[in-house]
Design a protein around this ligand. Structure first.
Ligand SMILES: *Cc1c(COP(=O)(O)O)cnc(C)c1O
Length: 248
């Protein structure tokens, strides 16, 4: 089974150790989707006995859109798993140019064609920033930022129809906060115009991601200032904010 470590919509963080154990007890294997947790909080795949994991590098890892994805497979599975997409870089001897396909015995079997070197080079630049970063400290900052955002929005935007969708308990939350509102789409558009970049997810979710590496507490204050202003003045009602485009 495939499970999102952090739910992309609500921001709920799932208990990796407990769910992995449950899956194994039921005779299932588990693959974790780390798209919203890689770079946002400490992750211990080996310690949780996870089977597989996938993730992208363009969210909290800052690789930028088009940045390569990653895959994890526990060593105990390497010998017997099959990668259905066979490509020459997954071959046991890619430079032997054999006519038949013999998959590499280890994790390299997951490779397919030639790696996108240009994209990997820019990803390497994005990852350099992480050198020496203490993930426990990063997690504390992330929780402080999301706690502050929840606290400020609830204190300053009460009466405007916002409902918290993210777990209030920090231990059950990733690094994002979602609020529900009837006019979530228009409000997000109005915020983006003011430099506060959030997402809209149908039917009515406003999703805010917090990158603890470089977001400051004052950025949270400014974001909430903008939200208060849009709600109080009703700027989101301008017709242009209701226009839909390919990337919502
Ligand atoms: C961003 C994201 C992905 C990554 O998808 P790509 O095809 O790599 O862009 C996967 N799953 C979830 C839940 C995501 O949010």
């Amino acid at each position: 089974m495939l499970v999102n470590h952090v739910d992309y919509k609500t921001g709920a963080l799932r208990d990796m150790a407990a769910l992995t154990q449950k899956a194994h007890a039921a005779g299932a294997l588990i693959a974790w989707d780390l798209c919203h947790s890689a770079g946002a909080l400490p992750i211990d795949l080996d310690g949780c006995h996870a089977d597989f994991a996938v993730g992208c590098t363009y969210k909290y890892l800052n690789g930028g859109p088009g940045s390569p994805a990653f895959v994890y497979a526990a060593r105990r599975h390497h010998g017997h798993i099959e990668q259905p997409l066979s490509g020459w870089w997954g071959h046991a001897r890619p430079f032997a140019f054999d006519t038949g396909f013999a998959a590499d015995a280890g994790i390299r079997k997951f490779l397919t064609g030639t790696q996108p070197i240009l994209a990997l080079r820019s990803l390497a630049g994005a990852l350099e920033v992480w050198e020496g970063v203490d993930m426990t400290a990063l997690r504390s900052k992330s929780l402080a930022l999301t706690d502050l955002f929840i606290q400020l929005v609830e204190a300053r935007c009460g009466g405007y129809g916002l409902t918290l969708e993210t777990p209030r308990n920090g231990a059950c939350r990733g690094s994002q906060v979602s609020f529900r509102h009837e006019n979530a789409f228009e409000i997000i558009r109005a915020l983006i115009e003011r430099g506060v970049i959030g997402d809209f997810r149908a039917p009515g979710t406003m999703r805010f991601g917090f990158t603890p590496l470089y977001l400051r507490y004052r950025d949270i204050w400014s974001a909430v200032d903008a939200l208060v202003d849009i709600l109080r003045g009703g700027a989101w009602r301008e017709r242009r904010f209701a226009l839909r485009s390919a990337v919502p």
